[in-house]
Design a protein around this ligand. Sequence first.
Ligand code: SF4
Length: 105
Amino acid sequence: MNQIKRRTFMLHAVAAGATLTCSGLALAGPTKVDEADPKAASLGYRNDSSQVDKKRFPKHGAGEKCSGCMAWLGKPSDAWAECDLMVDKLVANAGWCSSFVKLKG
Ligand code: SF4
């Protein structure tokens, strides 16, 4: 009888651990991109479009920002959102990178 209780307890403990692990994974979503991240840096990404290096990126236009880019996956009002280009990262609404493509419409 004690063996059955012990086995049941162990099964519950394993199930609880698995649930906590899955919960942790679900909560661990994308994080804000670091401007120093190699990919972000190679694209000249800045969290603030007004801080873009104009000499390095002369085609950067005033008013261009991530929330107006075709790759932006958030709502226009989101402060941070995922982007098709920066996988598993969040980019700033007011951010910009050299792959900017103006959203139509
Ligand atoms: S691809 Fe567009 S949304 Fe993504 S970082 Fe560059 S400008 Fe922002």
